[in-house]
Write a protein that binds this ligand. Structure first.
Ligand code: IMJ
Length: 254
């Protein structure tokens, strides 16, 4: 039980296909007490039903990550309910659908700002007000993708947002290290989530990666859940500012 007695929050759980769900299952099975946020009241009933599959029921709180007041409220509730906060999982990204097709050069100012704010700034927004609650050190885990470092067809403005995210992880790691707080990113291979479905050519791309990755398979949800558990736990106490690929080795190929 790697997370016995530890308290953590997961941002970005939408449904049972979400990477955040695979991570939530792994963290919960390791004994963590969890807080789960949802973006809008209309998602609450379905999410509540999903969370009934866990051994212990997490605390559910509403939180739109573009609203600092809602983030503050989340930490106010955590302060009331728990002695401290030990870890954060940030699994959040959004860009306009039209910016995830065609040419990157067509990206509008608004589309660029939206993608960067929602997918990169939101990590800083959830980190800063959490620091006073992480009185015994802590671990912050975010989710990136290979499109931050290579050109992946259609990933476009999300690639730039993930570059900013990975760089933010390094700068935040430097700031938070003094307080014993670590922060790292996982970079999974493609997984068939809500965020990936509907992307043109995704199924073909998934096949290509599965056939060419060193492990000759695609990334499984449990691969990501287990890696997040490692990063959230003290097993990774010497690792911070890092982006770790969880992609069956795909990124190593030329
Ligand atoms: C997303 C777009 C293009 C190619 C893609 C992806 N590949 C993968 C993804 C190859 C694996 C999924 N991914 C890693 C993401 O970060 C997705 C982010 C995303 C997805 C959507 C779809 C629906 C929408 N906005 C989105 N914003 C961000 O309207």
């Amino acid at each position: 039980m790697l997370l016995n007695g530890k308290v953590g929050i997961v941002y970005g759980l939408a449904n049972r296909h979400s990477l955040a769900w695979h991570i939530t299952k792994a963290l919960s099975a390791a004994g963590a007490r969890l807080v789960i946020t949802y973006q809008h009241e209309r998602f609450a009933p379905k999410l509540k039903k999903l969370l009934e599959n866990l051994n212990s029921t997490p605390l559910m709180l509403p939180c739109d990550l573009t609203d600092d007041a809602q983030i503050e409220n989340v930490y106010k509730q955590i302060k009331k309910e728990f002695p401290r906060l030990d870890f954060i999982v940030h699994s959040v990204a959004y860009a306009n659908k039209e910016d995830l097709m065609g040419q990157f050069v067509e990206t509008s100012r608004e589309g660029f700002n939206l993608a960067l704010e929602t997918s990169a700034y939101s990590l800083i927004a959830v980190t800063r007000p959490a620091i006073p609650l992480m009185t015994d050190g802590g671990s912050i885990v975010t989710l990136s993708y290979l499109g931050s470092q290579r050109v992946i067809p259609n990933y476009n403005v999300m690639g730039v947002a993930k570059s900013a995210l990975e760089s933010s992880v390094r700068y935040l790691a430097h700031d938070l290290g003094e307080q014993g707080i670590r922060i790292n990113a996982l970079s999974p291979g493609p997984v068939n989530t809500l965020s990936a479905r509907g992307i043109k050519g995704f199924t073909g791309f998934l096949h290509h990666v599965g056939e060419n990755a060193p492990l000759r398979r695609n990334t499984e949800g449990s691969d990501v859940g287990n890696a997040a558990l490692f990063l959230a736990s003290d097993l990774s106490k010497g690792i911070t500012g890092e982006t770790i690929f969880v992609d069956a080795g795909y990124h190593t190929k030329g």
